[in-house]
Design a protein around this ligand. Structure first.
Ligand code: GLT
Ligand code: MN
Ligand code: MN
Length: 389
């Protein structure tokens, strides 16, 4: 296969946050190792590595204390840079985790003034995103959690979160913004425990909102893996519910610190099943890489990181096509897809169907004895991934 088969094209919708390629390499133990690039410089870098879109938090672009005149100048320069480098701004979000005002939460904080400040900041971020053409608003509640559960009851926190999301949905409708909200779960970091720890928790929460049709999820590989969960299963549930509004691609070893590795860097097989799923179902939203380069890297290494995310996705997409076309795999899949013995269908309940199922004599022993050949299937998958098939 020609090497440019793995080149990014606009229809792939590969995007990066300003905070990802702009990450200067600070960690809890060390200072930044890379020069800070301006948003305009980051847009140029993203254009160079073949990204389609750039996402941002309000304060990745506009400092929290900027004057109105500064804000307008910054936004204008950024829009021009996006236009010059052909980048879209598909998604924006608001930073409700860096400022000390939000140290005990934003929408879920005990202090009503903090909660109102959070809503004010989110509405400002929505205004900013609308100006840049964004139609997806991500909400990641990094500080919405606890170290000690003595501070508030968890059901109170959920009620406050619901109030805020309902409010922002109404604001979007009132302003004619047409946003779709994508709620992003994470189990911990920076809080000891974060509310709504999993994508599944958010799917349950969305059903309780006033405008559930406006709200979906933004699952992240690392956040599911941190909790020891299966990202593809979380994404599958979100997709099936019509709620996969956005996705954060990166990687993470289970049980380690918050790593935000390059997509596929830690668990290439898990990344493969995820890409295979997204491509099979025809997910056509942004493919957002929410990760950053190793702290060992400088400006060139950051480009290697970004190009690596894109390339790995496209290589895995190619592997998924090979998997689907592989004759031995097709035979195995056909073998376990069908029924091994006649049986009444379950389908939708009816009294007649129920009595047919109740009276049916199954050959249970034969069902248990049926060999499935998943070892063979997984080995073939591994051989495709290792490049010998
Ligand atoms: C932060 C977090 C990410 C979220 C971002 C959106 S910011 O880097 O770790 O997972 O998606 O607020
Ligand atoms: Mn994320
Ligand atoms: Mn993350």
């Amino acid at each position: 296969m020609a090497s440019d088969a793995f080149a990014s094209r606009p229809e792939h919708k590969f995007s990066f946050g300003l905070w990802t390629v702009g990450n200067p390499g600070r960690d809890p133990f060390g200072e930044p190792v890379r020069p800070r690039l301006s948003p305009v410089q980051l847009v140029a870098l993203l254009g160079e590595v073949g990204a389609w879109g750039v996402n941002l938090h309000d304060n990745d672009l506009v400092p929290i204390d900027a004057t109105a005149a500064d804000r307008d100048r910054i936004v204008r320069d950024f829009r021009h840079a996006c236009r010059d480098h052909g980048l879209a701004v598909p998604m924006v979000t608001t930073n409700l985790f860096t400022d000390p005002a939000f140290k005990d939460g934003a929408f879920t904080a005990n202090d009503p003034a903090v909660r109102a400040l959070a809503v004010q900041k989110a509405m400002g971020a929505m205004d900013l995103g609308a100006e840049l053409g964004a139609r997806i608003f991500v909400m990641w509640g990094g500080r919405e959690g606890t170290e000690t559960d003595g501070c508030r009851r968890p059901d109170t926190a959920i009620q406050r979160l619901r109030e805020a999301v309902n409010y922002l949905c109404e604001y979007s409708l009132d302003a004619g913004y047409d946003y779709r909200f994508a709620l992003e779960a994470k189990p911990n970091e920076p809080r000891s425990d974060i509310y709504m720890a999993t994508t599944g928790a958010y799917l349950g929460f969305i059903a309780t909102l006033e405008h559930p049709e406006l709200v979906g999820v933004n699952p992240e590989v690392a956040h599911e893996h941190m909790a020891g969960l299966n990202m593809t299963h979380a994404v599958g549930q979100a997709w099936e519910a019509g709620k996969l509004f956005h996705i954060d691609l990166n990687d993470q070893v289970i049980g380690r610190y918050d790593q935000d590795f390059r997509f596929g860097a830690a668990n290439p097989k898990a990344a493969f099943w995820l890409v295979k799923f997204l491509e099979e179902v025809g997910y056509d939203g942004p493919r957002h890489f929410d990760a950053h380069a190793y702290r060992t890297e400088g400006p060139e290494g950051v480009k290697d990181f970004a190009r690596g995310c894109i390339r790995t996705y496209l290589i895995l997409k190619d592997k998924a096509a090979r998997w689907a076309a592989d004759p031995e795999i097709r035979e195995l899949v056909a073998g376990f897809a069908g029924s091994s013995q006649p049986a009444p269908p379950v389908g939708r309940y009816s009294p007649a169907g129920a009595s047919a199922i109740k009276s049916h004599r199954f050959d249970r022993v034969a069902l248990g004895a049926r060999e499935l050949f998943y070892e063979r299937l997984d080995q073939l998958t591994t051989e495709i991934l290792l490049g010998v098939r």
